[in-house]
Unconditional design. Sequence first.
Length: 291
Amino acid sequence: MSNFLRGTGVALATPFNKDGTIDYKGVASLVNFCIEGNVEYLVVLGTTAESVTLTKEEKKSLIAHIIEVNNKRLPLVIGVGGNDTIAVVEEIKKVNPSDFDAILSVVPMYNRPSQEGIFQHYKSINDNSPLPVLLYNVPTRTGTNMTAETTLRLAQLDKIVGIKEAVGDFTQVLKIIKNKPAGFLVISGDDALALPAVSAGGDGVISVVGQGFPQEFSEMIRLGLSGQTKKAYDILYTLLPVLDYAFEEGNPAGIKNILKTKGICDDNLRLPLLPVSLGLEKKIKEFIENY
């Protein structure tokens, strides 16, 4: 049921105009660029989308536009998360199963729940979701790490089909891969560690940089999944500099500058985020020109 989540998904950025409004032409350009680059699926309204700065009306309009542009060409995953379980559950109940194929929901941020609190939060989501659910662990943003033990406990629930793991601790990733039930997907949320995770038995990546280099990134992961490790790592080593640049001054500032340099969309962001410095912009431009 969730095999479409194996491979490369991209966490779409939200292009903005200079006046701060959504750049719908840029959205279409980005969606088409990723589809033409042969990624496996698209993630809508994740962290990279600056979703916390979008109004409800903007989210609704952005979702409708992406659905229209995609035109059923690729599976769509929607990000629905927050730190109020009741509100998250109510939002998830409204997701239209005919528009989306899965839900990505992040560990609650800011209020720092216990492991049991995290489990009960996701159990409530599991019990009310109309779609398969991917857990999302990213302690650098949420302030709380969901342990391997909690992930493996949640993996027993019927709607929870996998995890986007961005813990930054590869030992934790290995524990999940080693002990997960059959069919539970371990998807990297760290671009630089995605191929090592696949090599260890993981299932792919939900990538930021992948939307700037969709052909290369998706090919790298496919090679890794098929056991062609040498070819896969050749691609990774070529991309390593830009993987650093993309996150050097924060996400999505880096990827938006990559997209601007490639002519996909502009690099406008909403405060409190700012575009990358001139120094980093120069490094990104030089990498792309010489790639």
